[in-house]
Design a protein around this ligand. Sequence first.
Ligand SMILES: Cc1cc2nc3c(=O)[nH]c(=O)nc-3n(C[C@H](O)[C@H](O)[C@H](O)COP(=O)(O)OP(=O)(O)OC[C@H]3O[C@@H](n4cnc5c(N)ncnc54)[C@H](O)[C@@H]3O)c2cc1C
Length: 382
Amino acid sequence: MKVVVVGAGLGGVPAAVGLHRRGHEVTLYERAPELREAGTAIVITPNGVRALDALGLGDYVRGQAMPAVTGGLRDWRGRPLLVTDVAQAQQTVGTTAAVSRAELHRALRAPLPAESVRTATPVHHLEPDLTGVTVISDGQPVARADAVIVADGIGSGLRSRLFPGHPGLRRAGRVDLRGMLPRPAGLDVTGLLGSILIDRRSGGMFGLFPVGERDLYWFTDSALRGTPPGADEALRDVLSLMADWHPAVPALIEATPPADVYVDAIACLAEPLPSFAIGRIALLGDAAHAMTPDLGQGANQAFEDAAAVTRHLADAEPAEVTERLLRYDAERRPRTSSLMRASSRQAWLTSRTGATAWVRDTLLRAVPRRLATRRLAAMWHV
Ligand SMILES: Cc1cc2nc3c(=O)[nH]c(=O)nc-3n(C[C@H](O)[C@H](O)[C@H](O)COP(=O)(O)OP(=O)(O)OC[C@H]3O[C@@H](n4cnc5c(N)ncnc54)[C@H](O)[C@@H]3O)c2cc1C
């Protein structure tokens, strides 16, 4: 079958590889002039690794398994609230890893034959008819396909065209900063690795993860004031918000070159889509279910989508595509809709201030490590 994948991000690339490996004639369209993934690192959880394994792509992440760190939630000074044993959780449910986004993307796209990739080709429109789909770029037909996988990300233009009545994205009212840097000499972060620090005074958050032996990945989350700020303004705001946190927090943020800090005004789909499949067209990744990053599941769910769509289309004939994509929708939409809601709930919980946050912290401190580790393993087992 001829399959077109639109968007070469962390969702589109594994889908293209999976479908290519199942013998389909795949063409991957990307609007950017080259295939790459920009920015810092990403946490891949065991469910994401399993999905990549199903596509024959799991080796890179499994090779980067997170070292034995004490994870969980801490207060802004680094004092433990909810302690988890990451090594123990990995033994139960499998590898988790923080990996460089650029390196991960490179590993995922390596099996794709160069002739199946069209860069600098934005897809603006899809014209389905009874026998296939015509793919339009800049007003011109560029391909004809038996199936089209839409993976054009959170701002998906194709999603808006396919679902004109859907309300689209909702701003979460928060801004996230992310940075990655070599471990600064002389800065002791051992106790903080794998942890998320939360501050009941401001509702701010800071997470820190090791990336291989050499690098550290940090991220912050705080209330968005006014319109989305530029990088310099956001950095200034976060540094003043976190000035009296555990000393490693401002030190790490300051040690990261400002040009390497990524700033995102967090958004998610205002409500789940009514379907991930319309005839011969299916959506995956952020185009289908953009969620807030609070559970670290956006890309992990995109990997699951890629594995599922590959499985459902594996031996499909052109005449079966519509029915197979309905099965894909039935498998994937309930799970991702529930994770969209769970991510928003997690955001609510960690951003509390005042009396609610005090009660939250008191309850968190009472949870024994074994129970918290089991809970973490259950979350990764999703
Ligand atoms: C701060 C932050 C932290 C996060 N942390 C994690 C984490 O730890 N773990 C996790 O699992 N997820 C995390 N995520 C979510 C994760 O980054 C996304 O869910 C994931 O990257 C989505 O992949 P995608 O392929 O769907 O979209 P994208 O990565 O956005 O890729 C879309 C691609 O489509 C291309 N494109 C767009 N329009 C067109 C067009 N018209 N034609 C052709 N190409 C087009 C784009 O150029 C891009 O290459 C985080 C997100 C944020 C904001």
